[in-house]
Design a protein around this ligand. Structure first.
Ligand code: ATP
Length: 915
């Protein structure tokens, strides 16, 4: 670690604060001293009132985004655009030539154009800022002796914070407890290996993050183990604060779409400049006034060059992301939105995503093969145990079942208090079942010495305890049945240990399969003096019902060409039973186990993976291989995950999807999208939005390009045909506002057309500007040019242009633009099908523009600026009739397209049936 970092830590604490302690000192002192210095208590923490007091001095544990530039500065930044500078120059020339009217008009136009650009850019910045606030981090903190969970921004120095596997460290902490605590500090040090943390003071000269082994730094990730620490630095006074400041300086990278829009904008600018140059030279040769040609040229450049395009794209993407957030899907980075519409395979885990993750033990089977059923659902300990064979001694059966649940409760970290679960659902289900048969305080009979935590790779958990009664040491184990049986040498039979032979083992495995076929998750229990000589006591079957709406979502996704694959840690029978219920495991699809995956090399896996829809007993390693194999087959993969170890697979997937509730911070960090409610249905909604956003962007690109081409060509044709210019500079600038402003922007917020989801995923390589789009643009532009020129020629007599002529032409163009924007709302559907009034912002934008246009025609001050004249109602009706042609033709074109599409589909069905 560089000296520089060390220096940062020394300046990151302000001396005048009451509890000012440098991380250097905090790491040298013992933790007791640090806690004392901070006037806190390792067990009790701070009181709520003290914390409230401290927050007044230390402020919230967050970073204020620098207001590096004032709004005024940002506004004046817009004037740096070379085109605007040219316009300013033209206003200046007008003043020098004492043409004050012109100078005033141009200045007014500049102010309007600059203001629209400023508002757009400001909105885009604001919405990007909002994105960062969507997933506020939480923390586990001790206040007044109780474990509390609240927003990490409320932490103050002196708070006692608990850390567990998968957490993101919420503030700089001096550790006071560390149990195998491994922390990933790569965000600071670049070192990918996690660091083992201690609580011991670090002696000698220490500088840099890496040497402070007893400090957990804000923003780093707990990879393994657990710990506890006292907060020594929050917000900008943490080490992360300095890194944050550096990060702020860096601009976030542009999305592929934004990049391609930039390129498109540049290309269009080049063409436009070429044409404008030509128009000006031609006009000059024709002997038109130089000043007029200059003004028209510059205004055309402002209007025709779609400088607003990249910004409108950013705003549309950002607004789309906000809408997704309302639908409970948080998108962390803008590029994700583009990829969403391309996803063609979703690998989903079962528990919590496809199922509710509300676990209830419904069945129990002891090693004596006594069977029972539990009534009741959820974590309310209301329900009964019904034993199957009441002929046998009930008490004996009950004792055996109690033993199963006692082992399950001791080897357990969950708590169920007043029907509320604290901990893992699988473990909570076991505790609830134990409570139903009055096993209330079994854990008090033991002192836990050690825990071997559950991992998706091992699929079991074990604890080593001392039995208080006789001081004997015992192991208690629970987990997947085949894993548990691997450690068992005996099984319990009426309080005796019998040798576990192959036959018995297979009987237990068959019983587990029977549970599995009913869709139950199986959890086996064993205990013993030694870990490799355990006594098997029985198993429970846990019901986790499918989420409502999931089957329907899967059907819709299948219908739109997106394959859904289930990846689960559960056994084959359970996985297949649930997936059949969800319509995932249909005729022709197969299931594959983790062992099979291990036995296949990458090429073999790629060859077989397409037909597999259920992967069972898989761990994080397998998930990664599955994603890679699918990607190598050319798929765009969305992958869900919740555990610490899912991080790698989530990163590798094209869209990593983390669970908001069950997901660890590590997993959320690696993901591109977070599902707030862990619901699979949300993924479908997000894909729908992703596709819709892309459609919307295509729609306003079509609109902007057609307006831009029409305006350019109109002036170019007029110059070529040696007729006067149909639009003056001010009018062209007004058209620019409509093109880049509200009507274009509101096309970007067109509500999701649910039929969009039925369309197959977009090919990632498909460019935005397709042949179809070019055709649509040219068609609309062609109609606008013909219609406007017609009106101009119709009005003009003897090549003399009166204000009435330009007013008619100008209004005609604006009306054309309004109708054109209306038809651009959908490329395929009729506007009447999607609903004339379904896009409210669009309605406001169009009405606003029309009112603006009427003001320009009828309000005397504006008449002077725009050189316009009042029109009669008959004029307006004529213009409406002519300009509506662009809408009528577009509706006709869409109709023909729909009919031919239907015919093509019918032919396909016919061929499939009879050929
Ligand atoms: P899914 O992929 O469907 O969400 P998962 O990957 O979360 O499932 P795991 O949690 O890895 O699945 O569970 C796999 C198996 O491990 C379960 O079938 C169960 O037998 C066992 N198991 C699950 N949770 C625990 C636990 N807390 N303690 C012991 N064993 C467990």
């Amino acid at each position: 670690m560089s000296e520089e970092k060390a220096d940062m830590s020394t300046i990151s604490f302000e001396e005048n604060l009451r509890f000012s302690i440098k991380s250097e000192d905090a790491s040298k002192y013992s933790f007791e001293e640090v806690v004392k210095l901070l006037e806190s208590d390792a067990k009790y923490g701070l009181s709520w009132s003290e914390a409230d007091d401290r927050i007044k001095t230390y402020r919230f544990n967050e970073f204020s985004v620098n207001q590096q530039q004032s709004l005024l500065e940002k506004y004046f930044e817009q004037f740096k655009n070379p085109l605007i500078l040219l316009l300013l120059a033209s206003a200046f020339v007008s003043i020098c030539m004492q043409q004050f009217d012109d100078a005033f008009s141009i200045t007014a136009a500049i102010i309007i154009v600059v203001s629209v650009a400023f508002v757009q850019e400001y909105r885009s910045e604001k919405s990007l800022e909002e994105l960062n606030k969507l997933v506020p981090p939480t923390c586990n903190c001790i206040r007044e002796g109780n474990a509390e969970t609240f927003l990490a921004r409320n932490l103050v120095p002196g708070d006692i914070v608990q850390l567990s596997m998968g957490d993101r460290v919420p503030a700089d902490l001096r550790l006071i407890e560390s149990v195998d605590l491994l922390i990933d500090e790569s965000s600071f040090t670049g070192e990918t290996e996690p660091v083992l943390k201690t609580t011991q003071p670090v002696l000698g000269k220490n500088n840099g993050v890496a040497s402070k082994r007893n400090i957990a730094f804000m923003g780093t990730l707990v990879r393994c183990g657990k710990g506890c620490g006292v907060v020594i630095g929050t917000g900008e006074r943490s080490e992360f604060g300095s890194v944050f400041k550096m990060m702020q300086a860096e601009e976030s990278p542009k999305t592929p779409l934004q990049k391609s829009m930039d390129i498109l904008g540049k290309q269009l600018s080049m063409y436009s400049f070429g044409i404008i140059g030509l128009i000006m030279v031609l006009g000059w040769f024709q002997g038109r006034p130089i000043m007029e040609m200059f003004n028209i040229g510059v205004s055309l450049a402002v209007a025709a060059i779609p400088e607003g395009l990249p910004i409108v794209v950013t705003v549309t993407l950002a607004l789309g992301v906000m809408r997704m957030a309302k639908r409970k899907a948080i998108i962390k980075k803008l590029p994700t939105v583009e990829t969403l519409g391309c996803v063609n395979v979703i690998c989903s885990d079962k528990t919590g995503t496809l199922t509710k993750n509300e676990m209830t033990v419904t069945s129990i089977l002891t090693s004596e093969m006594y069977e029972g059923e539990f009534t009741g659902v959820g974590y309310e300990p209301k329900g009964q145990l019904l034993v199957h064979d009441e002929g046998k001694s009930y008490l004996k059966q009950l004792d055996s079942m109690k033993l199963v649940l006692e082992v399950g409760s001791v080897c357990n970290n969950a708590d169920v208090i007043d029907g509320e679960l604290r901990g893992q659902p699988t473990e909570g289900a076991v505790i609830t079942a134990a409570l139903k048969i009055s096993l209330n305080d079994v854990r008090d009979k033991y002192i836990r010495l050690q825990e071997y935590p559950f991992s998706s790779d091992q699929k079991l958990m074990a604890v080593r305890c001392i039995v208080k009664l006789n001081n004997n040491e015992k192991y208690f184990v629970k987990g997947a049945i085949e894993k548990v049986l691997n450690y068992c040498t005996h099984y319990s039979y009426h309080s005796e240990s019998m040798l576990l032979n192959v036959e018995r083992k297979s009987t237990f495995l068959k019983a587990a399969q029977f549970f599995g076929r009913k869709g139950l998750r199986v959890l086996a229990m064993a205990y013993g003096d030694k870990l490799d000589e355990l006594v098997f006591v029985g198993m429970v079957g846990i019901l986790d019902p499918p989420r409502p709406g999931t089957a329907e979502a899967i059907r819709t996704l299948h219908g739109s060409g997106i394959k859904v694959k289930m990846l689960t840690g559960d056994a084959e029978e359970t996985a297949c039973a649930i997936s059949s219920r969800l319509g995932l495991y249909a005729f022709g699809s197969t299931a594959m186990s983790s062992d099979e995956i291990d036995n296949l090399d990458d090429k073999e896996l790629e060859a077989r993976i397409s037909s597999v829809s259920v992967f069972y007993r898989v761990g994080p390693r397998h998930k990664l291989r599955i994603v890679k194999a699918l990607q190598n087959n050319g798929h765009v993969v969305g992958m869900t995950g919740d555990g610490v170890n899912d991080g790698v697979a989530l990163k590798k997937a094209d869209i990593g999807i983390a669970m908001g509730k069950a997901g660890t911070d590590v997993c959320k960090e690696a993901a591109d999208m977070i599902l707030i409610d862990d619901d699979f249905y949300t993924i479908m909604g997000a894909i729908e939005e992703g596709k819709a956003i892309f459609h919307n962007i295509r729609n306003f690109v079509t609109f902007q390009l057609s307006t831009s081409i029409a305006a350019l060509s109109l002036i170019a044709f007029a110059t070529l045909m040696r007729i006067p210019n149909p639009l003056n500079a001010m009018q062209i600038l007004w058209i620019n506002i409509i093109m880049d402003g509200p009507p274009a922007q509101s096309l970007g917020v067109e509500p999701v057309d649910h039929d969009v989801l039925k369309q197959p995923p977009r090919n990632v390589k498909q460019p935005m500007i397709t042949k179809e789009l070019i055709f649509n643009v040219l068609l609309s532009a062609g109609i606008i040019i013909c219609g406007t020129l017609f009106i101009f020629k119709y009005e003009m007599s003897d090549n003399i242009v009166t204000p009435r002529d330009t007013t008619m032409t100008f209004t005609c163009f604006v009306f054309f633009d309004m109708f054109n924007s209306l038809s651009c709302r959908s490329q395929v559907k009729s506007v009447f099908t999607i609903g004339l009034f379904s896009n409210k912002p669009f309605l406001f934008a169009v009405f606003g523009s029309i009112i603006g246009q009427l003001l320009v025609i009828y309000a005397p001050p504006l008449q002077r600026i725009f050189v316009t004249e009042a029109l009669t109602i008959y004029d307006l009706l004529l213009l409406l009739a002519i300009s509506s042609t662009v809408f009528i033709v577009s509706e006709l074109k869409k109709f023909i397209y729909r009919v031919s599409l239907k015919r093509r589909k019918r032919n396909e069905v016919y061929q499939n049936h009879f050929v």
